[in-house]
Every structure is written in structure tokens, then in C-alpha cells.
Write a protein that binds this ligand. Structure first.
Ligand code: PLP
Length: 399
């Protein structure tokens, strides 16, 4: 019947559309450097050995399939909080935390909580550029979304002065969205000294810091180091929210494992916040999935497995770092006259190459190399087999 004839077609999701085009492409040397997921050196998806071990253990233990509580698995959430905030943090008294549908779900819960209890007249400032979904998520929460300067494309570096100016100019009590580490898409993070200035400014403006932590441990290979920005903010008593994802660092993408946490003054506030978060979650999806969080909990609660995990995570980070160096070298060998040193200075899953839209389109059309048109390439999609092909193609389109 025709009752839906007035439903228009929504614009496609840019990144998922590129993934579909890659799949359909028949070029023998096609390359996917769009994906935000780790690939091994053969270009295949990778399941961490400790994740498999944990799954075998769960099977042996005959894990049941009962519903989790609304706020998720309490042991998982506790381990996740220790992982994020460090051993010293008084989780019991000062952190309201719930399990979430990975980092996306955590951003959504945080946005809804802020819209309801901080008020939608306080805008949220996101970096320019940022992970595209941030803007959609916070708009859907009813928040006013604004941008602060973050990246200077002409210098391929952080626009620190611009960032400070915009955070200063924002009206007091605004929400400042910060990428905890490995900024997506630029791969460019403030230094610790710069973080201190940012935190001090946020504090003096009575802003709220909303940290999105999608790459803890995946950025440098050291999960303590990758947490230092938001741990520092906590130490300075800046009010913070933290969206935590286990998609990249544990390779649990499709399992949808994450948390949202809010640091608060005392246990009464904590219980109140928990009750409100439960009220947000219940009508949305009732309770989170249990398999992925059981895996993370199994690993983090077993000291031996946890140690093995840290090494596996570091290995992924190291492979990506090596590919950065190799790409920079391969571009030189290919005869490029440009300065590509930003590729090795950047960190995390992506390199923000500085290529413009036309160059990116040419890479896809002429070389079947699939990437987003902002010049961002996924370092994880590069390997020893496709590196030279990609470098030569980049040299051709940027010559
Ligand atoms: N935040 C940032 C900055 C990201 O890059 C991503 C994933 O690409 C996410 C959040 C959320 O991912 P997920 O919902 O899979 O945890």
C-alpha cells in the first residue's frame, strides 16, 4: 500500500557507503583504507588471542544467557572503571557508571543525561573536525552543537591557539567534547603540557569536559599513558563525563562493549545519577548485551590474562606505528616531493594526510583505493603487500 509514499530517502552514511563500494569492486589490487577497524598484516580482521581464550572459558563455564541488569554487568563496569581511571580512583564513592552499547551508545547516554540535567541551553563544543557521528548524536539529544578550532590544515598540526580561544569564548558552563587520545580523524593530540592548559581553562570557565575514549591503549600501546588527559582533568576536579569504548583496544567492534561514567562528589549524588541513567536506558534498550562485557571482565579479572592482553594490544599499536614509518619512506621512494612527516607524528588508527577531495576521489576512481574524501586513511588497512601500491598512487594524485 502507498501510505509510506512521502517517506524521503535519507542520505547514505558516507563511511558505510564506501565499505559497500569496496566490497562490490572487482579490481584485483583494491585497497580499503577507510575502515576504522584493525587488520592484521594480511589485511584480515583480527580476534585477539586473549579474547578467544576468554570465550572458551565462558563456554566451559556454561555461561547463561539471562538478562543483565539495566546498568549492565557490575563486575565488568568496575573493571572498566579501574582500567580507565586507574587503581587509585575511588570508584565506589565518586563514579556513576553504566555499561553502554559501545562508544556510540555511551556518547548518546551522556548527551541525553546532559540535555536533561545540565540543560539544552548549554551548547556542546566539538572539535573541528571530529568523528562525524558526534554531531549527529548530540543533535539528536537536543543539544546545540558548536565547533571549536582544532586542526590547522595548512600546517598539518594542532591549532592550539585557536582551540584555546574558542573554549575561552564559549559561554560559561558549556560542554567541551574532547577526544581522550588518538583524535579521529586527525591523529593529532595535544601534548601533556597543552592538556594542562586546556584543563585549567575549562576549569576557570566552569565548563564540563566530556571525554570520548575510543582508543585507550590502542594509541601508544600503553593504556595508562592513553588515559592521562582525562585522569589529569579528574585530578583537577573538573567535572567530567567519559564515554569508553572497547571496540578497538579489545577488537570487540560488533560486540558493542563500552561504558558511560560521570565523576561526582559523593555516594548520594552517585546513586541519584545511577537512578537517572537507568531511567534513560530502560525505555531505550532495557539492558545491554552480555557476551562482550563477559569477555572483557574475564580478561581484566585474571592477572595473567590481563598481562597477555596488554601485550596483544601493544602489538597492534606497534604494527600501526611501523606502517606510518614505512608509508612515509615509501612516499619518498615513490618520488614525492611533499613533506609527509605528519604521518609519523600522528597517532592512532588514522593518518590525516592533507589530501583534498579531488585527490581522494582520483585514488578511488583510478586506483580502486577506498577512503573518505577528507584525506583520512586508516593505517590499519595498510600492510606490506599493499603499501607500495598505495604509496605510488598517492604520489601520482598529489604530484
Ligand atoms: N568515538 C570515536 C572518536 C570513534 O572514532 C569511534 C569509532 O570509530 C567511536 C567513538 C565509537 O565506536 P563504537 O561505537 O564502535 O565504540
Amino acid at each position: 500500500t502507498g501510505i509510506w509514499q512521502n517517506v524521503p530517502e535519507a542520505p547514505p552514511d558516507a563511511i558505510l557507503g564506501i565499505a559497500a563500494a569496496y566490497k562490490a569492486c572487482e579490481h584485483p589490487q583494491k585497497v580499503n583504507i577507510c575502515v576504522g577497524a584493525y587488520r592484521d598484516d594480511n589485511g584480515n580482521p583480527y580476534v585477539l588471542p586473549t579474547v578467544r581464550k576468554a570465550e572458551y572459558r565462558l563456554l566451559e563455564q556454561n555461561e547463561v544467557k539471562e538478562y543483565l541488569p539495566i546498568e549492565g554487568d557490575r563486575d565488568f563496569v568496575y573493571c572498566a572503571m579501574k582500567f580507565a581511571y586507574g587503581r587509585e580512583m575511588d570508584i565506589e564513592n565518586h563514579v556513576a557508571a553504566v555499561q553502554s552499547l559501545s562508544g556510540t551508545g555511551a556518547c548518546m547516554l551522556g548527551g541525553q543525561f546532559l540535555a536533561q540535567f545540565w540543560g539544552s541551553d548549554h551548547p556542546i563544543y566539538v572539535p573541528n573536525p571530529t568523528w562525524g557521528n558526534h554531531i549527529k548524536i548530540f543533535k539528536q539529544c537536543g543539544l546545540k552543537v558548536r565547533k571549536y578550532r582544532y586542526y590547522d590544515r595548512s600546517k598539518n598540526a594542532l591549532d592550539f591557539e585557536g582551540m584555546l580561544k574558542d573554549i575561552k569564548r564559549a559561554k560559561d558552563g558549556s560542554i567541551i567534547l574532547l577526544h581522550a587520545c588518538a583524535h579521529n580523524p586527525t591523529g593529532c593530540d595535544p601534548t601533556m603540557e597543552q592538556w594542562k592548559e586546556i584543563v585549567s581553562l575549562i576549569s576557570s570557565k566552569s565548563h564540563i569536559a566530556f571525554f570520548d575514549s575510543a582508543y585507550q591503549g590502542f594509541a601508544t600501546g600503553n593504556s595508562e599513558k592513553d588515559a592521562q588527559a582525562f585522569r589529569y582533568a579528574v585530578s583537577q576536579h573538573v567535572p567530567i563525563l567519559l564515554a569508553q569504548s572497547f571496540a578497538k583496544n579489545f577488537g570487540l567492534y560488533g560486540e558493542r562493549v563500552g561504558t558511560l561514567s560521570i565523576v561526582c562528589g559523593d555516594v548520594v549524588q552517585k546513586e541519584h545519577i545511577m537512578s537517572e541513567l537507568r531511567s534513560i536506558i530502560r525505555p531505550l534498550y532495557s539492558s545491554p548485551p552480555r557476551h562482550g562485557s563477559s569477555i572483557v571482565k574475564t580478561i581484566l579479572m585474571d592477572p595473567a590474562l590481563k598481562e597477555e592482553y596488554y601485550q596483544e594490544c601493544a602489538k597492534m599499536a606497534i604494527r600501526i606505528k611501523k606502517m606510518r614509518k614505512k608509508l612515509e619512506e615509501a612516499l619518498q621512494v615513490a618520488g614525492s616531493i611533499h613533506d609527509w612527516s605528519h604521518i609519523t607524528k600522528q597517532i592512532g588508527m588514522f593518518a590525516y594526510t592533507g589530501m583534498d577531495e579531488a585527490m581522494c576521489k582520483q585514488l578511488t576512481e583510478e586506483f580502486s583505493i577506498f577512503l573518505t574524501t577528507n584525506g583520512r586513511i586508516s593505517m590499519a588497512g595498510l600492510n606490506n603487500t599493499n603499501l607500495t601500491y598505495v604509496a605510488n598512487a598517492i604520489q601520482t594524485v598529489t604530484a
